[in-house]
Design a binder for this molecule. Structure first.
Ligand code: AHR
Length: 493
């Protein structure tokens, strides 16, 4: 199959915000306990954080990590996780029906974030709590005044404020499963008042309001309109969440990146509709703060034994085809960088994650680790609006899905043009003809390929079947993309 990619220097989507390569750690299953934190592990540091996990995370160069949930945050009392560890209460977590020991809270997590070289995206509880506890939390984290909560932080050993700049106003409040789920009107009022007080305490922060937890929710669209109507002047971003699964075969599964693209565009349109209605100069941008493949372990908490500590929950074992879709979804996020400023691969360790651990044992990379790592390391700069042309196939909705899924990033600082390209054909290799306008002095210097004959191949503790390989570079302007492969091409001056 032949396809073409025309890259024109003058056609740009915009500057990419590195925060689209963010991720997420929730108090869920083994994400925190025996994931990032395991004091008895041989690689544990002075604070009990696993060094082997930290070094894998550092390979990913994750700019932000959302914390502490997720559904968990809607029943969380942040004060349970500060100060003397021996006095912290054990509590029932009604989001995942487990026991939360509170050994890790914001005191520890902000320390971990420094070691992981990342910033925190902090979520506040708008389920069982509201503006009152949120205002106390932000004073504890960011306060510089001689007042109770800022002093409590100092008393707990942290003179310097944590300086958390990005805050989420609750989590998935439209979902019936949420602890103290709300109607759009109820949430919109609470979010507005919480946003007001948070910004009064720290005007330097940015805020994310909850959009729909999925674009198939019955309240989808109307939820966003109501929330924006109330919160518009106080917030900076609206959230989107989406998880995909292979329910209709691989070809349709790989088409889900186009569904994500439509979802983003619909929400951007709603934001602009409210902007026009309000005659506002301010644009609300998007925070795609939960996205991934997740279907094999959905609803697992319902059948799991209740009230365990750090059980094995949502430990999705990722296949090679999952890595292909994650690669395509990263291209979708990059291609929408004019509106999507933040995104979080959900999640980071053990729970639907690129990194897996064994209690007391090894840590390893799942298949999805690789497209995520290459996007984060090489997909920096300005995204170009390219003209890509390839054959099409039909998705379950009857949409035309191009076999070629691509995004192109111009990294001026490094003098690199980086092409991410997935061949979605399950049986044909692709001859990709690249033409350059304005980059005539650039040539292909690197071709990284992620390929496996077996779409179901996984990476296990001691056997990595899915890993990147560097291909030899052929002279000429065309590149071969193997059938069902993810590729990164680097052109340099
Ligand atoms: O990431 C797992 C869960 O998915 C999160 O807790 C919730 O926000 C979403 O439904």
């Amino acid at each position: 199959m032949k396809s073409t990619l025309k890259i024109d220097k003058s056609k740009r989507v915009g500057a990419l915000d590195r925060r689209i390569y963010g991720s997420f750690i929730e108090h869920l299953g083994r994400a925190v306990y025996n994931g990032i934190y395991e004091p008895t592990h041989k690689s544990a540091d002075d604070k009990g954080f696993r060094g082997d996990v930290l070094s894998l995370i550092n390979e990913l160069n994750v700019p932000i990590v959302r914390y502490p949930g997720g559904n968990f945050v809607s029943g969380y009392n942040w004060e349970d996780g500060i100060g003397d560890k021996s006095k912290r209460p054990r509590k029932l977590d009604l989001a995942w029906f487990t026991i939360e020991t509170n050994e890790v809270g914001i005191d520890e997590f902000q320390e971990w974030a420094k070691r992981a070289n990342t910033d925190i995206m902090m979520a506040v509880n708008l389920g069982t709590r509201g503006a009152d506890s949120a205002r106390e939390l932000i004073e504890y984290c960011n306060g510089e005044t001689d007042t109770y909560f800022a002093n409590l932080r100092r008393k707990n050993g942290f003179d310097k404020p944590f300086g958390i700049k990005l805050w989420c106003l609750g989590n998935e409040m439209d979902g019936w499963w949420q602890i103290c789920h709300k109607t759009a009107e109820e949430y919109a009022r609470e979010a507005t008042e919480t946003a007001k007080v948070l910004k009064w305490i720290d005007p330097s922060i940015e805020l994310v309001a909850c959009g729909s937890s999925d674009h198939n929710m019955p309240t989808y669209g109307e939820w966003e309109r109501t929330v924006l109507d109330h919160t518009y002047d106080y917030i900076d971003y609206l959230s989107l969440h989406c998880y995909y699964g292979n329910y209709n075969g691989t070809a349709d599964f790989l088409a889900r990146a186009e569904d994500m693209d439509r979802f983003i565009k619909e929400i951007a349109d709603i934001c602009d509709e409210v902007k026009a209605k309000k005659n506002s100069d301010k644009a609300i941008n998007l925070s795609f703060d939960e996205w991934n493949v997740w279907y094999r372990t959905k609803d697992e908490e319902k059948s799991a034994e209740k009230w365990q500590i750090a059980p094995h929950l949502l430990e999705e074992k990722y296949t090679f085809e999952d890595a292909l879709l994650v690669g395509c979804m990263l291209s979708t996020l990059q291609n929408n960088c004019d509106r999507v400023k933040i995104a979080c691969l959900a999640q980071l360790v053990n729970v639907i994650a690129p990194i897996m651990t064994e209690n007391g044992g090894d840590a390893w990379k799942q298949t999805i680790f690789y497209p995520y790592m290459y996007a984060s390391l090489y997909g920096n700069g300005e995204v170009l609006s390219v003209n890509a042309s390839s054959d099409f196939y039909k998705s379950k909705e009857g949409w035309d899905i191009p076999y070629l899924c691509t995004s192109v990033v111009d990294n001026k600082e490094k003098g690199e043009l980086v092409i991410f390209a997935t061949n979605r054909s399950l049986d044909e290799d692709m001859e990709l003809e690249i033409s350059l306008d304005g980059y005539e002095d650039y040539s292909l210097v690197k071709h990284i390929e992620l390929y496996n004959d077996d779409l179901d191949a996984t990476n296990e503790r001691h056997s990595e079947r899915v890993f990147p390989t560097e291909r030899a570079i052929d002279a000429g302007s065309s590149v071969k993309l193997k059938k069902h492969s993810w590729n990164m091409l680097i052109l340099k001056k």
